[in-house]
Design a protein around this ligand. Structure first.
Ligand SMILES: [Zn+2]
Length: 221
C-alpha cells in the first residue's frame, strides 16, 4: 500500500509543497505526502495543480483505509502523461478556496454545538462543507422557527467574536476538534481561531420528518 502523509493536518495554512510520486494509476497519481485535502465524508476536496497540471479530483483510495489509517493512499486525478514513479513534483492548492472551506467547517462545529444544546435537538443526520456553504441536516422534535434561527445565528456570531483558539488532539486514534470546552471528532481542515471565521449567516430549509437543513454562508466573502 502506498500511504500518503497528510500535510494538511499539520499545515492547513500552507499552499505549496513538494512530494514524490509513489504510484501511477490510469488517470491519477499517489504521492508520498500531500497538502490536497481529499473528498472524504463531509468536506469538498481541494483544487490546485501538480507540476502545472490541473488536479481534477482528490479522493482517499478507500473509505476502509481512511478508517484504519490516517495515512491512507490519496489519489490525485490529473493528466498523467510525462509523469513517472519516483519523480519529485511541486504541488500548490487553491488557497482562497481552502480558506473558505476552513472558515465554514469551523463555523459548522459551532452551529452544531449550540443547536445540540436546545431541548428540540435529536441528532445530526448528515452534512457537507464546500467553499460556498456548509449544509447540515438536524433532526429536531420541533422545527426551528424564524426567531430561533436568528437567535442561533447571534449565539454563533457572538462566540466567534470572543476570539477562541481552535486546536486538535488525538484520543484513541480519533482526531478531535477542540475550541474552548467544545470537543468534536473531525478529520477536516479549519481556521486556527474563531475570529478568522468572520461573520456568518444562517438559512434553513424544512426537509420534512423533523429534518431541518441549516446552511451557513460567510458574510464577508
Ligand atoms: Zn471539522
Amino acid at each position: 500500500m502506498h500511504n500518503t502523509q497528510r500535510l494538511f493536518d499539520e499545515r492547513p495554512e500552507e499552499s505549496d509543497f513538494t512530494a514524490s510520486i509513489v504510484f501511477i494509476g490510469d488517470d491519477y497519481i499517489i504521492l508520498d505526502r500531500t497538502l490536497f485535502y481529499p473528498l472524504s465524508g463531509n468536506q469538498q476536496c481541494d483544487s490546485g495543480e501538480i507540476n502545472g497540471k490541473s488536479v481534477n479530483n482528490v479522493t482517499v483510495e478507500s473509505e476502509e483505509h481512511e478508517k484504519l489509517s490516517m495515512h491512507a493512499p490519496i489519489r490525485h486525478y490529473l493528466d498523467i502523461q510525462g509523469l513517472t514513479v519516483g519523480q519529485d513534483v511541486h504541488g500548490n492548492i487553491d488557497f482562497l478556496k481552502r480558506r473558505k472551506i476552513m472558515k465554514l467547517h469551523a463555523a459548522s462545529h459551532l452551529v452544531e454545538h449550540f443547536i445540540s444544546q436546545s431541548p428540540e435537538f435529536i441528532s445530526v443526520e448528515g452534512s457537507f462543507v464546500s467553499h460556498e456553504k456548509d449544509r447540515t441536516d438536524y433532526k429536531l422534535s420541533a422545527n426551528l422557527s424564524a426567531e430561533g434561527l436568528i437567535s442561533l445565528e447571534s449565539q454563533v456570531n457572538d462566540f466567534i467574536d470572543i476570539n477562541q483558539p481552535i486546536t486538535f488532539k488525538t484520543h484513541n486514534g480519533l482526531r478531535l476538534w477542540v475550541c474552548a470546552d467544545i470537543i468534536m471528532p473531525c478529520c477536516g481542515t479549519h481556521v486556527g481561531n474563531t475570529q478568522d471565521i468572520g461573520v456568518i449567516k444562517l438559512s434553513r430549509k424544512n426537509k420534512g420528518k423533523g429534518i431541518n437543513r441549516i446552511e451557513i454562508t460567510l458574510v464577508n466573502e
